[in-house]
Design a protein around this ligand. Structure first.
Ligand code: NAD
Length: 246
């Protein structure tokens, strides 16, 4: 089967683990030239990505650093904004600090990276931005996810704004909204619960398919969106949630 991303230069944020790591693997398999970034360079180096993938430390909340990494990359055809943070708690439990952290990692990140790549993409005649949102947004919500759902709702809105404003410049912008996916941060959230086993069962029960998603299942959707097969798609949100939002 032909490689679907042959030669495309793809920048992935939050690529040291979970969904970002799976996307970096899948993009490389499909022939992309991947630049994998994460705030934790050591974790990125230890993540087992194939040789040939470039690794860079990048804190997505730092606009200056984003500009430097993008300039150094030379050309970006596809940007995947994957780095994210799950703030836990309802409105009264959510501290201002936690809301600010959620805004910075989930929202400012998309702003910083998209602004960094767009001028080059426009100059090159096109490009594609994929934002990893969540069904926990305006699509659906979950208990104790005030900051998370609010900021992921902003990601959905940013996706549509970018898609509309730059559609005439060859830019596509789409989002993916996963349900609950089996990643290291999910394990941490479960372990931090008062009764981890019960919490795990509750989280599985809210997915009608009766299981967590796999990071590789989200990565396949990112490959499709980044490929030319999705060339008529922009402003769309791909929900991949085992039925959670039904
Ligand atoms: P994760 O939490 O397991 O990994 C996130 C990665 O982002 C880590 O490697 C971390 O080092 C990196 N990161 C954190 N802050 C950063 C920063 N400031 N700059 C750069 N990198 C930073 O992630 P995951 O569970 O695979 O989730 C990835 C994305 O998918 C997130 O945006 C998340 O909100 C979204 N999502 C996840 C799930 C899920 O159930 N896992 C569900 C829906 C949406």
């Amino acid at each position: 089967m032909a490689e679907r991303l042959n030669g495309k230069r793809c920048l992935v944020t939050g690529a040291a683990q979970g969904i970002g790591l799976a996307i970096a693997h899948a993009f490389a398999r499909e022939g992309a030239r991947v630049l994998a970034t994460d705030i934790r360079l050591e974790a990125l180096r230890a993540a087992g990505l194939p040789d040939g993938i470039r690794l860079e430390r990048l804190d997505v909340t730092d606009a200056l650093a984003a500009g430097e990494v993008v300039t150094k990359a030379g050309r970006t055809d596809v940007l995947v904004n994957c780095a994210g943070y799950v703030g836990v708690g309802d409105l009264l439990a959510c501290t201002e600090q936690d809301l600010r952290r959620s805004l910075e990692i989930n929202v400012l990140s998309v702003f910083n990276l998209s602004r960094a790549v767009l001028p080059g993409m426009i100059e090159n005649g096109g490009g594609h931005i994929i934002n990893i949102a969540s069904v926990v947004s305006t699509t659906k919500t979950a208990p104790n996810r005030f900051a998370y759902a609010s900021t992921k709702a902003a990601v959905l809105a940013m996706t549509r704004c970018i898609a509309l404003d730059y559609v005439g410049k060859g830019i596509r912008c789409n989002s993916i909204s996963p349900g609950t996916v089996d990643t290291p941060s999910l394990h941490e959230r479960i372990a931090a619960g008062a009764d981890p086993e019960r919490l795990r069962e509750q989280m599985i029960a809210r997915q009608p398919m009766g299981r967590f998603g796999a990071a590789a299942e989200i990565a396949e959707a990112a490959v499709f969106l980044a490929s030319d097969e999705a060339r008529f798609m922009t402003g769309a949100d791909l929900v991949i949630d085992g039925g959670m939002s039904l």
